[in-house]
Ligand binder design. Structure first.
Ligand code: ADP
Length: 300
């Protein structure tokens, strides 16, 4: 029996891709797609040729986060063409194939396996420095497929995204052991939504009564501060949002022997950038997350 022709075709496609990075998470909603999107924007801004492949088949959010909603895939004689945000940032997602963004994809394993194979075989990326793969949460059929298909051509490793709470970290441990089992290098873990850091002026101050009524005291607080301690208005207020008393991702990483890449705070500016499909680095009003993301990318 000769070599599997699909694997041969994938190896041929991937021969022009220098680095392949998987972005994983134990749970949904922890910011995996946001990190994949911003990582891709950042690499492209550094003049690398970047491809972003979204294989989160049941919840493809990459088209929206890259500002590409409603786009259709085109075919050329070289294969399926990615949709380009910039000349050096191309994107491919199942989201481009759905007639409606709110359409549910209910597929069984073999069909998911088939589309991932097709993405790897048929998308014409050309020469790429980086292919960032946004995987679904957990360790399901899609993960086994992507690893199986890509491993022959070499994967640089996986970035795992989590939030600081124990419930999320328990699933990250599973993700790390999945990587170890299938022989994928863990490039590191990102602790996202790690506290809230905002300029004091962005907060509202309220008095809430026992009956639940709210009285907005923002104007009064601000005028008191302006009069008595104006320098306080320039401070950034920080607060833990999720319980990280267990030591968060940093402790888990040292226990499991994998690198800790850093923390990204909850940042309304990052959320806004993701909603509007743009890079959080290009906005000079960017919040506390942009410097943290930059530091993480420099560590990779
Ligand atoms: P996942 O891919 O893990 O399901 P998403 O990347 O879709 O998660 O993120 C879920 C939501 O949280 C999105 O609306 C995203 O914009 C928002 N989000 C993610 N990270 C942050 C952050 N650090 N600060 C503020 N909002 C964030």
């Amino acid at each position: 029996k000769g070599p599997d022709p699909d694997l041969v075709a994938i190896a041929e496609r991937m021969a022009t891709v220098k680095h392949k990075i998987l972005v994983l998470s134990g749970k949904g909603g922890v910011g995996k797609s946001t990190i994949s999107a911003q990582l891709s924007f950042a690499l492209a801004a550094m003049d690398f040729q970047v491809g972003l492949l979204d294989i989160d088949i049941c919840g493809p959010s990459i088209p929206k986060m890259l500002g590409l909603e409603g786009q259709d895939i085109h075919q050329s004689n070289l294969g399926w063409s990615p949709i380009y945000v910039e000349s050096n940032l191309g994107v491919m997602s199942i989201g481009f194939m759905l007639p409606h963004p709110d359409e549910a994809v209910i597929w069984r394993g073999p069909r998911k396996n088939g589309i991932i194979k097709q993405f790897l075989k048929d998308v014409y990326w050309g020469e790429l420095d980086f292919l960032v793969v946004d995987a679904p949460p957990g360790t399901s059929d899609e993960h086994i497929s992507i690893v199986q298909f890509l491993q022959a051509t070499g994967i640089d490793g996986a970035i795992i995204v989590t939030t600081p709470q124990q419930v999320s970290l328990i699933d990250v441990r599973k993700e790390v052991s999945f990587c170890k089992k299938v022989g994928i290098n863990v490039l590191g873990v990102v602790e996202n939504m790690s506290g809230l850091s905002q300029p004091l002026s962005a907060f509202q101050f309220k008095r809430i009564t026992m009956s639940g009524e709210e009285e907005d005291l923002t104007e009064w607080v601000m005028s008191c501060l302006k009069e008595k301690a104006p320098e306080v208005l320039n401070l950034v207020a920080c607060s833990e949002v999720f319980d990280s008393s267990g030591g968060g991702a940093a402790k888990m990483c040292s226990e499991m022997g994998v690198p800790f890449l850093g923390k990204v705070p909850l940042d309304p500016q990052l959320c806004k950038a993701a909603e509007e499909g743009r890079s959080c680095f290009s906005d000079n009003k960017c919040g506390a997350s942009a410097p943290s993301l930059k530091r993480i990318i420099e560590k990779l």
